[in-house]
Design a protein around this ligand. Structure first.
Ligand code: GLY
Length: 256
């Protein structure tokens, strides 16, 4: 179960955030702020304490706080983002992490290793890490070496299509996994109970389990029903403005 969540308020500069879908248009800032509040309220309804960080105009993608750290029960790992415009964001998370973790339990991914939290999926004591355009083999090797120190394990996941691993797959606990696109037949996930995402609802693969509830982006009815049919309470949250920046429900928080 998660006790804590960290979020960062989106900056106005989010209009300049990285996107692979410019055809969706620029995010509407006021609407993005409203959606962020709704997201926080949805998280609170799952029983977590939410720590809010101030906006940071220097980094257009800084509301996607998941990418700059990986937090678990034993340690915190500060990442080294692979995207050029995101380098430096990771330094801005350290202060708040120090409120939750002893200094000797805070670890760092160092260049030339790169790793973004969106590529990391926690399944119990094992961490799947996508070998993506943002996370390289050196970053994964460092990450797995850190995990080993704490009695945890990790493995690299080959991938081609998605931005981050969790753009296309989500672990919902109890061996249940949402899978879409290239991950449907991926050998690494063959032993999970797979909930398949319809190809027209791929964005909804980025749903999140929070204390036995599942937050699902608004507007993806087939996915919502499939998750409800698997026995979960679903909370829908509109993330239309974050989708314009390739971001979603997992990217917007650190849950631990
Ligand atoms: N726009 C989110 C990211 O590319 O990291």
């Amino acid at each position: 179960m998660f006790k804590n969540v960290i979020v960062r308020k989106p900056s106005k500069s989010m209009a300049d955030g990285i996107t692979s879908a410019p055809e969706l248009g620029k995010p509407d800032y006021d609407l993005a702020l409203k959606q962020h509040e709704n997201y926080i309220n949805a998280l609170k309804s799952c029983g977590v304490e939410v720590t809010r960080l101030d906006l940071d105009e220097r980094y257009p993608d800084s509301c996607f706080v998941e990418d700059v750290a990986v937090l678990n029960k034993k340690c915190a790992i500060i990442t080294n983002p692979g995207a050029e415009s995101r380098k430096g964001e990771e330094k801005e998370i350290i202060n708040v992490i120090e409120k939750f973790y002893d200094k000797d339990k805070i670890e760092f991914i160092k260049a030339p290793g790169t790793l973004e939290g969106g590529d990391v999926m926690m399944v119990g004591d094992h961490f799947y890490v996508g070998l993506s355009d943002r996370t390289n083999q050196e970053g994964i090797d460092q990450f797995i070496a850190i995990l080993k120190k704490y009695g945890l394990t990790g493995s690299a996941v080959e991938m081609k299509e998605f931005l981050h691993l969790k753009t296309g797959v989500a672990y919902l606990e109890n061996n249940n996994m949402l899978v879409s696109g290239e991950f449907i037949e991926h050998p690494d996930f063959k032993d999970f109970n797979k909930i398949l995402i319809d190809e027209n609802e791929q964005y909804a693969a980025n749903s999140i389990w929070v204390n036995d509830k599942v937050l699902v982006p608004k507007g993806y009815e087939k996915t919502k029903k499939a998750i409800e049919d698997a026995g979960y309470d679903v909370i829908t949250v509109d993330t239309s403005e974050y989708r314009k920046l390739d971001g979603g429900l997992s990217c917007l928080s650190l849950r631990f």
